[in-house]
Design a protein around this ligand. Sequence first.
Ligand SMILES: [Ca+2]
Length: 307
Amino acid sequence: MASFWPMLVATAAFAIQPMAGAILSAPALAEDLEDQGLNTDYAPGNRFRDCPGCPEMVVLPPGTFLMGSSDTEAGRRANEGPVHRVTIGQPFALGVYEVTFAEWEACVEDGGCDGYRPKRRFFGRDWGHPQYPLMRVDPSDIEPYLVWLSKRTGERYRLPTEAEWEYAARAGTTTPYHTGDTVSQDQANYGRYFVGRPVAVGSYPPNPFGLHDMLGNVAEWCADCWNANYAGAPTDGSAWRSGNCDRHVLRGGHWASDAEGFRTGVTPRDLRSASRGFGPPPTNWIRRRVKVGGRDVVIGFRVARDL
Ligand SMILES: [Ca+2]
């Protein structure tokens, strides 16, 4: 089955919107965090949270990896090549989980995020459980959250770059999935188009970096513009800011990826660490008619933070 994204992914608009009426709070003190049992040490593998209600982060080590997939990888698409060496020169932090409804609500309640509360109901059910991954956000929605989170904590929060995302998803592995040559529905939330929905973040085992739901649950926005292959791609882990910037990169597949996998156990190609996708352009018919932009029920995000 082809990628589910072209069907459900709507338009992404990328204008950065100013945050209205934000109420800024002082960052939590280190001793406060320690009182909560949270680690403030930025050694690789350590977790921390910069404020109550902020996303929990894990420190990833610097490293070099081969980004993309070889011609021999099953399910591989041409946009995953050429394979190229990428060096992440500095440690950075990435959200252990996809951003949740509860975390987003903290921003809205504090006067941020332009007051946007994504619609929670879908297929007649409420998908807005506090620990479910936030969905129905496009990059222009996310920007005010990142601004709010950065001011709230005094740290620089941002979307991960595509290279950082793949580095994190691979977590030192070179196989198609961090789980090996295959992945199963005991290991990730996918293939549930007809019966499914997102599940609470962290419902499946983490990858070797301690990250949950990199593969499946909701697809995740990255900071990069879309490019049809890696010719000319950055090799230092930075975001690729040229190319088709009406379309931002999406990664990781989602709960509905590869519906046939639900019936037959077919390995989902969209969940491979190297698999890439994108949101459609702003002129997409869905946007003109119902103005949902890239707000889709299969798309969310996680945050990155400089250290
Ligand atoms: Ca995900």
